[in-house]
Design a protein around this ligand. Structure first.
Ligand code: PEP
Ligand code: MG
Length: 325
């Protein structure tokens, strides 16, 4: 592992046949350890802002958020930073906010649903993010989107807060891109209808798998039913990749699958060239990419589309990985 890190961490993620993929970093806190991967990656593909809310017993104010966002943007320089608006609810409970107890929290008020429910909190975050946008290459992404009206409601908030900043003479980047996470099946399956309403999408395979398989990602008892290589996951990914490519919009993967050495060849073969992952996954991901031929990746992606079980797919991906290294 140490040797892998030494050999690959700072290499370019280029395939054998010279296709340049992008390896981006998932960031879950603002500290040196989390940001140390910035120099070796093509940006931050997922900046989880929840940590600001989850620690401590009070909610973060606009200034505190602005400072944190600015720090991450500074660490990445001109590289893109995809800031995800608060993804609270589900497994992420908030000590500072008394959220009503739900019997199915993963099917309840979480992610963008909570933001739209608590506009006061959402507006503070949007203002902080838009103000930070002049300090780097910021993109904003919303989690747990299930339908287009949610996206439109959120866009209205962005518009209003942007206008308020303009009125106050506070600078922000008017070209800031707005995207969504694709992690709820209902939004995945209307990819063609949403493509012209968002600037980009990133697939949250952790939740997407949970919802496709109807298996709680936190419950060890249903672990066998939570199948990261379920054929349905790869079918949805294939559909998303095709649809967004046709629309000329960017698709990335920022769930665990994006940093999974077994899955990366398939993602690349589907045409998903932006992968975002935790710092510890970067060296192995780059090793896989540098040993990959796109023709092989495409054939593998095609082959997987016809495979019947997660076990079959795992076996095939394992064999592919062993042959490639
Ligand atoms: C995901 O669901 O895949 C994801 C990246 O978001 P989180 O794991 O934070 O829910
Ligand atoms: Mg998620």
């Amino acid at each position: 592992r140490l040797r892998e890190e030494k050999t690959y961490l700072s290499t370019e993620p280029v395939t054998r046949d010279r296709v340049r993929l992008e390896v981006r970093l998932n960031v879950a806190a603002v500290n040196d350890r989390e940001l140390s991967g910035a120099a070796h990656t093509d940006g931050c593909g997922l900046f989880r802002t929840e940590f600001l809310y989850l620690s401590g017993d009070r909610l973060p104010g606009e200034e505190e958020q602005f400072q944190a966002y600015q720090k991450v943007l500074a660490a990445f320089g001109s590289k893109p930073v995809v800031l995800r608006t608060m993804d609270i609810g589900g497994d992420k409970q908030l000590p500072a906010l008394k959220l009503p107890k739900e019997s199915n929290p993963f099917l309840g008020i979480r992610g963008l649903r909570l933001s739209l429910d608590r506009m006061d909190l959402f507006r503070i975050q949007i203002r902080a993010a838009l103000r930070a946008s002049v300090h780097g290459n910021l993109k904003i992404m919303m989690p747990m989107v299930g339908a287009l009206d949610e996206v439109r409601a959120a866009k209205t908030v962005f518009k209003e807060e942007g206008a308020a900043l303009d009125a106050a003479g506070i600078p922000w980047d008017h070209g800031t891109e707005l995207g969504i996470m694709v992690e709820v099946p209902s939004i995945a399956l209307i990819a063609d209808l949403i493509a012209d309403e968002v600037d980009f999408v990133s697939v949250g395979t952790n939740d997407l798998t949970q919802y496709l398989c109807a298996a709680d990602r936190m419950n060890p008892a249903v672990r066998p039913y939570y199948q990261e290589y379920h054929p349905a996951v790869f079918r949805v990914l294939s559909y998303l990749a095709r649809t967004f490519q046709t629309a000329g919009k960017s698709v990335s993967v920022c769930g665990e699958l994006g940093g999974d050495p077994l899955a990366i060849p398939v993602l690349a073969g589907l045409g998903i060239h932006k992968l975002s992952m935790g710092r510890s996954s970067v060296p192995a991901a780059k090793r896989v990419i540098r040993n990959l031929n796109m023709a092989d990746a495409k054939a593998l992606a095609q082959e997987v589309q016809g495979m019947k079980t997660a076990e079959d797919i795992r076996a095939r991906l394992t064999a592919f990985a062993e042959r490639a290294t």
